[in-house]
Every structure is written in C-alpha cells, then in structure tokens.
Design a binder for this molecule. Structure first.
Ligand code: NAP
Length: 246
C-alpha cells in the first residue's frame, strides 16, 4: 500500500471525523485523531485504522485551548512522524433558536470552538508543515458547512456565521501559505447523519435536499480523502459542497 505520511483529524472520535480518519487510513495515511471527551469512541477509531495496517493514535485535546492543540500536534508528530495532512473538523451546534434569543454565553461557545478552534488548529498545522519552517508542506482541509451559505435561519445563525468565518480562513490562509507548499481547502457538508443533530431533526428535514436524503459520514470522508490526495494537487483556496444539491 502507498505510504502517504501522517494526518491529523480533529474531532475524529465519531461522525465525519471518524469516517475521515478511516478513509485516510485506507488511502495510506497514518492518522492521529483528537477528541474532547469520548475516549472509548476514539480508541475504536484507532483500532479500525490499525486493522487497515496503519499506525494510529488518539489524543484528548480541547480545540479552543492553544496549549492542548499544540500538545495534539506534538504527540502526533512524536508518535507518527512529520505531519502532511490536517483535517480541521471539530465543531458544535447550539440548540435551535432565533437570533433575538441568543445570549452571549451561547455565542462565545460556538465561535470559540468553531472559529477560534479552527484558527488554532490551522496555526499549529502551518507551524509544522510550512516549507519555510522545516516542514514538507501538503494540505489542510477545513470542515465548514452549507449553513455558512444558507444562513440556518430559525435554527442556528450563530453556527452558520462561525462556519462562514472558516470559509474566509480557508481562502486567506490558502493565499498566505501557497508558496510554503501547503494547499488549504474547505468542504461544506449539508445534512449528514451524525449525532450533531438534535433528535428528530433529520427525520423532519432529512428528505429536503434535492437528492432526497441525508448524506452519510462516509460520503463526506471520501471527499476529504480525495482532497488530501495528489489527485487534488492543483486545488487550493476552494470550497467544495457535499450537500446533496442543497
Ligand atoms: P459530531 O458527530 O457531533 O462529532 C463532533 C466531533 O467533534 C467529536 O469528535 C467531538 O469529540 C469533537 N468536538 C466537539 N467539540 C469539541 C471541542 N470543544 N474540542 C475538541 N473536540 C470537540 O459532529 P459531525 O456531524 O461529525 O461534525 C463534524 C464537523 O462537520 C463539524 O465541524 C460540523 O460543524 C461539520 N458539519 C456537520 C454537518 C452534519 O450534518 N453532520 C453538516 C455540516 C457541517 P467527542 O466525541 O469527544 O465529543
């Protein structure tokens, strides 16, 4: 099997991140995943990657804490080697609500994890991957949301806005580090079957995309594995939707 190097997937204990970690391992990457609390789920993802013949590690790291993000990258580098791909995937939503009813605690939480967390992960990634800093470049993939474009009215405009900032991070950082060997790409999933949704939400609106169903984490993971591969070598600064036409 091709040996592609080492990847880091934040929020790799379940959902899209877990599927991405397994798809990357199947494609020849050794993969370090981070999680916040669900260590048993993260260890299952490690075992699945080891069954694919790849090396794997799981690290607890709160994505909005700079020292913990640095610790994640240090541990993965020490155990698996030079990092060549980073999937910036950890994210949260808040309970459905209208803008007029949001309080500042809610806003701070969603922007701290989704936006500041994405910036911290991107910064740690560039510090290790940039060819100007001793790295060998390659790829950062930011997981945004179709909500960034659609706005998520009546549910979570704060979440959608926190992801719109991730789209802008993608374009700005791509331009900043293109000559340092790093491609930066973003994906915007639509409705994907994971635990991020409040119970009943997918039953209620899961058939609304033109393709008539929600997507699976594996369908998003296949896109991530492609963007990390040499097949996407002329792509940077782009956002790719994986949303069933929604
Ligand atoms: P999920 O099933 O809820 O998984 C979230 C992952 O993020 C878990 O691994 C979780 O760790 C980790 N995480 C959450 N908060 C964290 C924090 N503060 N620090 C570190 N890790 C944290 O979510 P998902 O649906 O796979 O979503 C993955 C990404 O896709 C998110 O950025 C989400 O916004 C985006 N997205 C999802 C959809 C969708 O329909 N599912 C659509 C568009 C975009 P623990 O397991 O330890 O809690």
């Amino acid at each position: 099997m091709t040996d592609r190097g080492t990847a880091v997937v934040t929020g790799g204990s379940r959902g899209i991140g877990a599927a991405a970690a397994i798809a990357l391992a199947a494609d020849g990457w050794d993969v370090g995943v981070s999680y916040r609390t669900r260590s048993e789920d993260a260890e299952q993802v490690v075992a699945a990657r080891e069954r694919l013949g790849r090396r794997a590690v799981a690290v607890q790291a709160e994505v909005s804490e700079p020292a913990e993000v640095e610790g994640l990258f240090d541990t993965v580098s020490a155990e698996l080697g030079l990092i060549g791909a980073v999937v910036n995937n950890s994210g949260v939503v808040s309970p459905a609500g209208r803008v007029a009813d949001y309080d500042v605690e809610r806003l701070e939480r969603v922007f701290r994890i989704n936006t500041i967390g994405a910036f911290l992960v991107a910064g740690s990634a560039v510090r290790r991957m940039s060819t100007e800093r001793g790295g060998r470049g390659r790829v950062i993939i930011n997981v945004s949301s179709r909500g960034a474009v659609l706005g998520s009215a009546g549910e979570y405009v704060d979440y959608a806005s926190s992801k719109a900032a991730v789209d802008t991070l993608t374009v700005g950082l791509a331009n900043e580090v293109a000559k340092e060997g790093i491609r930066v790409l973003g994906i915007r999933p639509g409705l994907i079957e994971t635990e991020i949704h409040e119970p009943g939400r997918l039953d209620r609106i899961g058939t609304t995309p033109p393709l008539g169903r929600p997507g699976t984490a594996d369908e998003v993971a296949a896109l991530i594995a492609f963007l990390a591969s040499d097949g996407a070598s002329y792509m940077t600064g782009s956002m790719v939707d994986v949303a069933g036409g929604r």
